[in-house]
Write a protein that binds this ligand. Structure first.
Ligand code: FDA
Length: 304
């Protein structure tokens, strides 16, 4: 049953019609628990709230299903506006983005040109941009673009997913770039040809890549709500004398709030991924797919 629901949410998240409908009706069905709002102002207010108890943030202007050059340029403009709003408000946050929202599927050049404009603006504000990793079909091209950008920018990082077979090799290859990486388990539906189908194998690979990137001496964001992974990381850094400045924990807005605060109290850097925008549906569906138990929460909200 859980697998059926997982597949259903993953498919719905990819449906253009469902996304369009959701956009029309505004943040509904409890999505506000996971999405900070539809406007920049709402998202800045959410980040300010997190900053008050010591959590920092990464803001993401949600944008999926970008099919025209105009939509891609609009999305890049929103990233730049977000960086400006962070600087003007003084909140502690960097930026995360998806390269498909910048038109990666339309033209590589369009995407790279926008990436450079965004990174220039981030540099001006002394800020940092994280490239989210999308599905496997975009993995190689995302890493290629990241390599290209790293030649001119040191304020850019990328995400690596533990569920892919190729990941350990990618960690090795990226070491020479001194890459700042966010390590995650992986959120997309992938074929068993390219990804571990078994959760315990993903968890084992996740621990290995965390250890490897930390041991290589590079900045590591451990983005997980899994208490076993967090415990393992704490133990590993303590046994290997790795400073708290070389890593941070990251979690998603609205998930495991108490654990987030607890880690701050223990003296760790904790960054919360704060998504906002009218294009919230695909993101919301991926969160439900991760934890179909959340569906009860959705049902309750439908009848409120
Ligand atoms: P796991 O799924 O094993 O969950 C552990 C526990 O966390 C659960 O038992 C539950 O208590 C809690 N939990 C997890 N998900 C929940 C949810 N949706 N609702 C309620 N509770 C939940 N993926 C990707 O492919 N590309 C990317 O760029 C990113 N970026 C990213 C940034 C940040 C900051 C985070 C935290 C995660 C991502 N991800 C991602 C998503 C990631 O790949 C993964 O799908 C989720 O983090 C869930 O995996 P966990 O490591 O939390 O463990």
């Amino acid at each position: 049953m859980e697998l059926i629901m997982k597949n259903m949410f993953q498919s719905l998240g990819k449906s253009r019609t469902a996304n369009r409908l959701a956009k029309k009706y505004g943040l509904r069905f409890g999505a506000a628990r996971f999405v900070a709002g539809e406007t920049i102002q709402q998202s800045i207010a959410a980040v300010r709230g997190l900053n008050q108890d010591g959590r920092v943030a990464t803001l993401d202007h949600l944008g999926e299903f970008v099919f025209s050059e105009d939509e891609a340029l609009e999305s890049a403009a929103m990233c730049i506006q977000t960086l400006d709003a962070i600087a003007e408000s003084g909140v502690k946050s960097n930026l995360s983005l998806k390269m498909t929202s910048l038109g990666l599927d339309i033209s590589r050049e369009l995407c790279v040109t926008s990436m450079k404009r965004i990174l220039d603006r981030a540099r001006l504000h002394n800020n940092f941009v994280r490239i989210d990793m999308e599905d496997y079909a975009h993995c190689q091209i995302s890493l290629d673009i990241y390599r290209e950008l790293r030649k001119d920018y040191d304020n850019v990082g990328i995400v690596i997913q533990a569920y892919l077979f190729r990941t350990m090799q990618d960690i090795d290859d990226l070491a020479s770039l001194g890459a700042n990486l966010r390590l995650v388990k992986g959120a997309y539906k992938e074929s068993p040809q390219v990804a571990f189908p078994d959760k315990s194998a993903v968890d084992e690979n996740y621990k290995k890549i965390i250890e490897k990137h930390l041991t290589n001496g590079h900045y590591t964001a451990i983005a997980s709500h899994d208490e076993a992974i967090i415990k393992h990381t704490k133990q590993f850094v303590s046994e290997h004398g790795i400073s708290n400045d070389q890593f941070e924990f990251q979690m998603l807005y609205g998930i495991c709030d108490e654990l987030q605060k607890q880690l701050v109290r223990e003296g760790y850097r904790v960054r919360i991924y704060v998504p906002y925008g009218v294009d919230w549906f695909g993101y919301f569906m991926r969160r439900l797919a991760e934890r179909p138990a959340n569906v009860w929460f959705v049902l309750k909200n439908m009848f409120k």
